[in-house]
Design a protein around this ligand. Sequence first.
Ligand code: PRX
Length: 652
Amino acid sequence: MTENENITTLLKEKRLFKPSALFQKTAYLPSFSALQTLRKKILKKPELFWAAEARKLKWIKPFKKVLVWNPPFAQWFPDGKINISENCLDRHLITARKNKAAILWEGEPGDTRTLTYQELHREVCRFANVLKNIGIVKGDRVSIYLPMIPELPIAMLACARIGATHSVIFGGFSAEALKERNVDAQAKLLITADGGYRKGQAIPLKANADIALAGSPSVEKVVVVRRTGAPVAMLSGRDFWWHELMRSASSVCPPEPLDSEHPLFILYTSGSTGKPKGALHTTAGYLTQAAWTTRMIFDLKEEDTYWCTADIGWVTGHTYIVYGPLSNGATVVMYEGAPLHPQPDRCWEIIEKYRINVFYTAPTAIRTFIKFGEEWPKKHDLSSLRLLGTVGEPINPQAWLWYHQVIGKSKCPIVDTWWQTETGAIMISPLPGATPLKPGSATAPLPGIQADVVDKTGKPVPPDQGGYLVIQKPWPAMLRTIYGDPERFKKQYWSQIPGAYFTGDGARKDKDGYFWIMGRIDDVIKVSGHRLGTAEIESALVSYPQVAEAAVVGRPDEVTGEGIVAFVTLQGRTQPDPILREKLIEHVAKVIGAVAKPSEIRFTDALPKTRSGKIMRRLLRELATSGQVKGDVTTLEDFSVLTKLQAAEEEE
Ligand code: PRX
């Protein structure tokens, strides 16, 4: 389906799903009018609403100032002191939650671990002492390259406890990507594992890390978790086993009083240039929005068991596996492996086994489940589910309806949540007891968030007209800067539309004020909900000796949302052949990670360019999508390039 068809389909989508009376009976926000009242109340001074939410957290020194806004730099609650790990752990130990499960973990092979709040607190305190003992101090950066095992949130919370800033690198990223992130953050420590399980295989994380470490001079020490038991090389004096360091570590570690604006984490994300950006998030504002959105959007109750299927290596895992749910004292299910392993019903099996109530996943996963057929979920009792969520990319109404009917048995509201690595927490989403749902729409900005669809001058566009999605007021969980590059932060987000943060997304608002996200308008593509920059993949391709030039575009894909198509020209007399094609795909996986593998590589003699030498990706996108170019080609320098590309298309 082309983008235009997709938009037309979305526009035709007229169905409205109101929250059921049964759901509303216990919902925190139980009606549309309650939501409207809340909106009205806080419209003029949203910062006071956020301040009231912030006061529900545990403060070491309460704040007086709410917001200092020197556009585009925001400080929330700047004179307060707080510790996030205390809010996620210690706070619960004096309540009935102390022996409640915080994390129900399941490994891909089927092994399990349960950590109560008290046990998690103990592990975090011990690891915080390990960090101190090996020389990590407040303000240091710590890279974390782990599989989805409990040591990952333990390491994050331990960093937060002592004021070290963590930078989690998705375990599927390559050694090269890890090195680049170590160097940019100037990380002093790397926490990794011998490996992790994925699709029945043990992924060799330490071996990858060793390659990265050869080019990461700032990393002084490495802590290695034993997960798979695979043999690994340990460099004496640099590499230490997690379990050995933990053995002698004390479990007493008072939380460090930290400024509200203390850097909590850096998370690298793709943009329109080749170099990933380190989105920097800080402490109190981030936690305020993470905690509020988790409670209200997932309508999270004390007795709920909650499962977000994201990997903690992405922002969804940071906010909605670790900080949001734990600050609410929730029971979180965490699963190590692949959703289809060993069979396509692994997720449904987990939901049945743990009696999960709230399930949060990505549209691409839903489309994969649809492909495998209803028989898989039908084998399992999914009646514990009461709320479903999606994130990461637009959900097509067909997939929405399947999710609603087959998984939610038509009784669970679906919260389609729009946000970004940069926003830190959910920004546009239904509130499940209050918002009537339209399949395919993330509905409306949350109370306290001011977002709109505007033209280039910042003027709101009329209903049902496409425009740029912007956020017009600072919000508590917003990124504070790009790590080490405030100029890029300004230029990237705050200079394109006057007076607003530009999200990079195109969107439209319908007559009822519902937002329909139309996807990225910059050179970012979303493959299975993972964000990849075309420039990054291009630079990986041209780093291969025989490649002269490369242009990468996204092509709509029924399951993954978008697929990657690369147009490649070769050096000198190199002849294209299928082996080279395979080698290039593997090369991209090596440089960035398997997530970035092109689904197709097309060799060509030349790329279509403007007279000023800019590659016309728009034409390539059209070609990759429909096999033809119908758009405006007047700025093209050499028409024969296009003719050849089209001829090649017909031959294939
Ligand atoms: O294009 C939007 C899309 O994902 C982008 C952000 O990607 P990332 O930083 O990786 O964060 C993903 C998880 C929060 C956005 O600019 N996106 C995210 N959620 C939605 C979405 N598109 C449509 N609907 C959504 N619910």
